[in-house]
Design a protein around this ligand. Structure first.
Ligand code: AMP
Length: 184
C-alpha cells in the first residue's frame, strides 16, 4: 500500500486530491490542517495554542505539529499506508519526518508536488474564501508557502523523491494522473 506525501501551494487542490486518493486505495488521509481545525473547534489545549497562528495564516510551531504526526504514525491503523497532506511544511519538519520514519521503519514511496501556476492559485483562493479568511490572511498564507514550504521542492528533489503532477487540469484528470503515478 502506498505511502505518500502531498505538497502544493494553498489552493493547489492538495486536500481534495489526497482525500480522493486515500479513499480509492483504502489508506489513511492524515491532514494536519483538519486535525488542527478540529482541535480548535473542540477547544483542546492543542487547539487553543494553534488557533492564534492559524487565524493569521502563520505556521503553527513545529513542536506542536511534530508531536501530532508522531502520535498519528505510531497508530496501528497506519500500517496499510497513508497520505500526509499539509505535513511537512518546512525543512525542519521534513528532517523530523525522515528520522521518525527511519525509527518506525516506514518509508514513503513518493513526494508529490501538485503544480499550479500562481495566477490560477490566486483565482482559486478567492473562490474558496472562508468567511473567516480576510484577504490579508490569504496573502500571508501564500507568503509563508513561498518562504518556507516551497523550499521542500528542492529538499525532496535532492533526495530524488519528488514527482510532479500537473494540478492545473480538471479535477478528475489530476486524480487519474496521480493514480497512474502510484500504480495499483
Ligand atoms: P491546511 O488546511 O493544510 O491549509 O492548514 C491550515 C492551517 O493549519 C495552516 O495555515 C497552518 O496554520 C496550520 N498547519 C497545518 N499544517 C501545518 C504544519 N505542518 N505546520 C505548521 N502549521 C500547520
Amino acid at each position: 500500500m502506498p505511502r505518500l506525501i502531498f505538497l502544493g501551494a494553498p489552493g493547489a487542490g492538495k486536500g481534495t486530491q489526497a482525500g480522493l486518493i486515500a479513499e480509492c486505495y483504502g489508506i489513511l488521509h492524515v491532514s494536519t490542517g483538519d486535525i488542527l481545525r478540529s482541535a480548535v473547534a473542540n477547544q483542546t489545549s492543542l487547539g487553543l495554542q494553534a488557533g492564534l497562528y492559524m487565524n493569521r495564516g502563520d505556521l503553527v510551531p513545529d513542536g506542536l505539529v511534530v508531536a501530532l504526526i508522531e502520535e498519528r504514525l505510531n497508530n496501528p491503523d497506519v500500517q496499510e499506508g497513508w497520505i500526509l497532506d499539509g505535513f511537512p511544511r518546512n525543512v525542519a519538519q521534513a528532517e523530523f519526518l525522515d528520522s521518525l520514519l527511519t525509527d518506525i521503519n516506514q518509508f514513503y514511496d513518493y513526494v508529490v508536488n501538485l503544480e499550479v501556476p500562481d495566477d490560477v492559485l490566486a483565482h482559486r483562493m478567492i473562490g474558496r474564501q472562508r468567511s473567516d479568511d480576510t484577504e490579508e490572511v490569504i496573502r500571508n498564507r501564500l507568503k509563508v508557502y513561498r518562504e518556507q514550504t516551497s523550499l521542500l521542492i528542492d529538499f525532496y528533489t535532492k533526495h530524488k523523491k519528488l514527482a510532479i503532477v500537473n494540478g492545473n487540469q480538471l479535477m478528475e484528470d489530476v486524480t487519474a494522473d496521480l493514480m497512474k503515478l502510484i500504480g495499483k
